[in-house]
Write a protein that binds this ligand. Structure first.
Ligand SMILES: [Cu+2]
Length: 684
């Protein structure tokens, strides 16, 4: 009986298929699109549920190559992907996926190309459903995320938090094991996730940062927003991608350093190819399929990694890059000189170091960042003797868990610094804003941090079948958060008319771990970018307020997968609108991580504010009202130029030979503030 019903259902929907596929003008409401994406990602390790009739039907009956007029590339990508499947070349299901594996990445890009080249929503969804059943789950999830982020058709769609889609990459083996036994015994469970390691390891004091699930989402999403494999023919140019690569990782590094100072640790040292890797790492993390993430003992000396890179080659790559910095130019593919001793040089250098498809000469300058990630990830099994799966460094989701990640990025950050230090300091003309003075900067509320518990769903962590009931299984993690606060700025405009102004706000550590005061020129390189926003200054006195929740470096918490499903289902059922625009971007530091932890005694920081001429700085309109989502500082705006014409980090990115010179400009202001950590937050 059941079989007959399914048969009739398939016949009924299959006969309706031609209309469905041909009608490219059909309007699909946002709520329906949102529901489609969520259903595509629902229990992604198993076949599509038959309750999702349209998707199930597409998975079984859609023929991706039947009508190639639906693809803007004439069906090129779809033909190739089908060919790969026919030839049994695709990565099997229930196997790990790593973006750094050339073959894995190629498949994910094929699927991405099929989807981004689909000229209407229904074609894209039918393809997604079809290939979901035929490709590796990791390949599928990656391609869906990157497509939704970049496809015009998927504007305003909210992607569910990755820690609920691929929980294995965000939690530890202990929690996963408990989740399995909860499922097996059908007993609901809530499992507290502790941070990796023990108190015998000083690095444990800052594990809460590298293992923060929101920070991990930010990092992996940034790399989806700005994929190193991106070509402009996929839709648009990713403006200042190389410079953003530098800036976002610089900010991760300085944030980590501020967390270290908050916990009485020295600033992180860089990695040296010819010295032992000081910190070992036992990830306590497991693949869904493919075993445990490999460990690395303390003080391992670098070994060449078979089939990936020799350490000697990485050293040569580095010295070619340092040569380019010293010469002030990069040599392009045809031998041409690309000048980098200017404000755009950092963008070229970022492309070179990552290296992305934008790199002007990867044959010569190699792929320092990407290869270093793999090499570092494989030091536990460099010759592949033990058939270990890739290390945490080989996934953007898990990389920051390893303290060596920050050493590696400090190493690259110092190369970028060498370049920035080769540029002349800013002149008065560069930084001044005549007639504008920042008189006071204040804080309403407290700069107070605390830990809080956060629960997320682990249903996707365990295997499942339609006939097995779900039991609620979740992980509880401790997360850093802060009390809401408002920054206030009293600014005078003596020019008699309205002026448009850019507010640049930085939080800079004042002392090193030994309590020695940084000079401005040392300290500037450790500044955390808190916010960047635009305001009109009227003639006379202006009082400007900016809430911590509005910071353009940050994003709010993404609603849970479950909440998103409920909202989308309800909106589709009632035919109502679904507005989740607040959550469409998950690139950005989680807002609760806006402040570094500080400590119970109170840790001093310099709040440095520069108010500069917005009529010269702003690259696009609509910035004053945050019309572009307000998450641009480290993630830009999709399909638009980066909103600020100034170099990222301006005006603290270049050498400051004499701090009196910079601070004498009335439009630049420094105020000492204190960040307190509240140890007993849960007690009140
Ligand atoms: Cu990264």
């Amino acid at each position: 009986m059941k079989a007959l019903v399914i048969f009739l259902l398939v016949v009924a929907t299959a006969s309706a298929w031609p209309n469905f596929a041909q009608n490219d003008e059909v309007f699909v409401p946002n709520a329906k699109k949102q529901q489609d994406v969520l259903r595509l990602l629902y229990k992604v390790n198993e076949p599509i549920r038959s309750a999702f009739k349209e998707l199930k039907n597409a998975a079984e009956n859609f023929n991706p190559a039947a009508d190639l007029s639906h693809y803007t590339d004439g069906g090129e990508a779809v033909k190739r992907l089908l060919h790969e499947i026919e030839d049994h070349r695709v990565l099997e299901k229930h196997h790990y996926f790593s973006l750094f594996n050339d073959r894995h990445r190629k498949e994910a890009i094929y699927l991405f190309k099929v989807l981004i080249n689909s000229d209407d929503w229904n074609t894209a969804v039918a393809n997604a459903a079809y290939f979901r059943e035929r490709l590796n789950e990791g390949v599928f999830v990656y391609a869906i995320y990157v497509t939704v982020i970049h496809a015009k058709l998927a504007d305003h769609i909210v992607l569910p938090p990755l820690y609920e889609i691929t929980p294995h990459l965000f939690t530890n083996s202990e929690v996963i094991n408990k989740a399995y036994s909860a499922k097996m015994t059908q007993t609901p469970g809530k499992f507290h996730m502790s941070f990796t390691g023990t108190q015998r390891n000083p690095e444990q004091r800052v594990a809460y940062f590298g293992e923060d699930i929101g920070l991990n989402v930010h990092h992996v999403t940034w790399h989806m927003d700005y994929p190193f494999w991106w070509k402009d023919k996929y839709g648009y140019h990713l403006d200042r991608k190389g410079e953003l690569f530098f800036w976002v990782h610089h900010q991760l590094t300085v944030r980590f350093d501020s967390e270290r100072l908050s916990n009485h640790l020295n600033l992180v040292d860089e990695l040296y190819w010819d010295r032992p890797i000081v910190e070992g790492f036992a990830p306590h993390t497991t693949y869904k399929y493919g075993g445990e993430f490999p460990s690395r003992p303390d003080n391992v000396r670098f070994s060449d990694v078979d089939g990936v890179a020799r350490i000697r080659d990485l050293i040569i790559t580095e010295s070619r890059i340092r040569d380019a910095i010293a010469h002030g130019y990069v040599t392009g593919h045809e031998g041409e000189r690309i000048d980098i001793r200017n404000e755009h040089g950092i963008d070229v250098l970022g492309d070179v170091i990552e290296s992305s498809k934008y790199s002007p000469n990867p044959e010569y300058y190699g792929q320092l960042h990407n290869l270093a990630h793999i090499v570092l990830g494989r030091q536990g099994d460099p010759h592949g003797k033990f058939n270990m799966p890739p290390g945490v460094m080989e996934h953007f989701e898990t990389a920051t868990r390893d303290p060596a990640f920050f050493r590696l990025h400090k190493y690259m950050d110092n190369i970028f610094k060498e370049h920035k230090d080769s540029l002349p300091p800013y002149t008065a003309q560069d930084v001044e804003f005549p007639g504008v003075a920042v008189n006071t900067v204040g804080v309403k509320g407290n700069l107070k941090t605390f830990f809080e518990d956060f629960e997320f769903d682990l249903t996707n962590a365990v295997d499942d079948a339609p006939e097995v009931d779900d039991v609620p299984i979740s992980a509880v993690v401790s997360r850093l958060n802060h009390e809401p606060f408002t920054l206030t700025f009293d600014v005078t405009n003596n020019n008699g008319g309205d002026l448009f102004a850019t507010f640049r706000v930085f939080l800079c550590p004042r002392h090193d771990a030994n309590g020695i005061l940084f000079t401005l020129n040392e300290g500037r390189w450790h500044c955390i970018e808190l916010d960047k926003f635009w305001r009109t200054l009227h003639a006379g006195d202006n009082h400007v307020e900016r809430k911590s929740s509005d910071a353009s470096t940050t994003v709010p918490d993404i609603p849970s997968f479950h909440t998103l499903i409920e909202k989308a289902d309800a909106a589709v059922a009632s035919g109502s609108d679904l507005d989740l625009s607040e959550y469409t971007r998950s690139c950005g530091i989680p807002n609760r991580l806006l402040l570094p932890k500080g400590n119970t005694e109170g840790l001093d920081f310099a709040l440095v504010v520069a108010v500069t001429d917005g009529s010269k700085d702003a690259a696009i309109d609509g910035l004053e009202k945050d019309e572009h989502g307000g998450t641009h500082a480290q993630c830009g705006i999709h399909g638009e130029v980066y909103p600020d014409k100034r170099p990222l980090g301006f005006p603290l990115d270049r050498q400051i030979p004499d701090e009196r010179v910079l601070l004498k400009f009335p439009n630049i202001h420094k105020e000492v503030v204190t960040v307190h950590f509240d140890d007993h937050h849960d007690d009140h």
